[in-house]
Design a protein around this ligand. Structure first.
Ligand code: AMP
Length: 419
């Protein structure tokens, strides 16, 4: 074993895997563009208060999972555990708005949560997400969900289901929280210690506890949907109507509450029906009070985030394509000092022309260089020896077909470009 290993719950994206990441990131950017979302990049650390005030003191993220630290001047920061609060912070700070054409935003990047690592759950993980800030119109809810749906389907995923819910507004939740307290109180001793705490602070959270016994008790809990006020019900109906109009299949699941405090009304998850315990591919919802919680003016918003790790796991499970592994187009095999120097010049010219080119920096035999050429997966080998050089020639060998021909050196780039 090597002296040092990656920190627990983190991983290296190795060269043979990175093309998968590049592929899903590329497709996500394309879809964001289709829907006219622009990228926003925020720092990886923020004042920890930003998460405490928005995600909520009683959420798992803030209570147990934040990587919090003091800098040299005693300021308290946190590695960002999620992307929404930083985006909304930036939105307020920079006066972004619909008017400045910057209310539809997407982000990509690492998030950090101190949690028990397992398949699909890491301490550093990579999220893609979008935020649409400024409108309460249920059209926007449906559009945000449609973007996630389009992304997953564009990748070719089939084994997933969209589940939606409305968790109402402040107006509806007071009565609902009371109903939940009344329902869960008689079973208090059978609940996990987290749920016992949650019952006081945020009873809705009991509905998405993953502990088996809690899940069983929550089975018959009152449904949020019975407690929605008129506005929230009408809104939810519209979201469903628009999704249906866009032919996006969904299931209403009143148990979806999302773990963070800032959500209200529409909440949704895309669940992978094949993955094990960590099966939420994408989670999102509306957060109409978040901007105010962060000191801005009343500014509604809705968004989602998904993890690339689970996405890639799902794609592997469904045996989907990630495009091609990166391979050089050309491998230069040069023999003899002069040919190697001439080859070096040629390599640089080819690279300038956008042809990816590889070579062997050490002086090895023709055989060894040809073996390397094949191992890299290059399409062509260019063979340059002293004799060829003298005659201004070079051998172009098609490594897939095994055919080769002699070409004049000044014509070689054009011949390769034409292939
Ligand atoms: P959340 O921010 O908790 O709503 O999570 C949104 C999505 O991010 C989830 O559906 C996962 O795909 C992904 N995710 C959240 N936490 C983790 C984690 N610890 N490891 C890997 N992916 C995660």
């Amino acid at each position: 074993m090597s002296t040092y290993q990656v920190p627990r719950g983190t991983f290296d994206i190795l060269p043979d895997e990175s093309y998968k990441w590049q592929f899903v990131i590329k497709v996500f950017r394309e879809i964001a563009r289709e829907f006219n979302y622009k990228e926003i990049v925020t720092p990886i650390f923020e004042k920890s208060e930003i998460f405490e005030r928005s995600v909520g003191e009683s959420s798992d993220i803030v209570e147990k999972e934040m990587y919090k630290f003091e800098d040299k001047k005693g300021r308290v920061f946190a590695l960002r555990p999620e992307g929404t609060a930083p985006v909304v912070r930036s939105f307020i700070e920079n006066g972004l708005s619909l008017k400045t054409n910057s209310s539809k935003l997407y982000y990509l990047g690492p998030m950090f949560r101190y949690d028990r690592p397992q398949k699909g759950r890491y301490r550093q993980f990579y999220q893609y997400g979008i935020e649409n800030i400024g409108s309460t119109n249920p059209f926007v809810d449906a559009e945000v969900i449609a973007l996630a749906y389009r992304f997953l389907t564009k990748l070719g995923l089939k084994n997933f289901a969209l589940q939606i819910n409305s968790i109402g507004c402040k107006n509806c939740t007071t009565d609902y929280d009371d109903a939940l307290k009344e329902y869960f109180n008689p079973s208090l001793v059978e609940l996990c210690s987290d749920c016992r705490n949650r019952l006081l602070k945020n009873p809705k959270r009991l509905l998405d506890c993953k502990v088996k016994s809690c899940k069983a008790i929550a089975q018959e809990a009152p449904s949020m949907l019975d407690y929605l006020d008129e506005d929230c019900t009408a809104n939810f109906d519209k979201v469903k109507e628009y999704l249906t109009a866009m032919e996006i299949p969904f299931i209403v699941n009143p148990k979806i509450v999302r773990g963070l405090d800032y959500y209200s009304q529409t909440a949704f998850e895309f669940i992978d029906t094949n993955l094990g315990a960590q099966n939420t591919l994408v989670g999102g919802g509306r957060y109409d009070t978040l901007a105010e919680q962060l000191g801005g003016k009343n500014m509604p918003g809705i968004g989602f985030a998904g993890g690339f790790e689970r996405l890639i796991l799902s794609m592997e499970e469904e045996k989907l394509s990630f495009g091609l592994q990166q391979v050089p187009k050309v491998y230069l095999v040069a023999l003899g000092t002069e040919a190697r120097i001439a080859g070096l010049k040629l390599i640089m010219e080819m690279r300038r022309m956008g042809i990816s080119t590889e070579y062997d920096p050490d002086k090895t035999s023709m055989n060894a260089q040809m073996k390397m050429a094949n191992r890299t997966g290059a399409e062509f080998a260019l063979i340059l020896g002293e004799d060829e050089l003298k005659n201004n020639n070079i051998i172009l060998k098609d490594l897939t077909k095994g055919e080769q021909k002699i070409i004049k050196i000044p014509d070689i780039i054009k011949s390769i470009k034409d292939k």
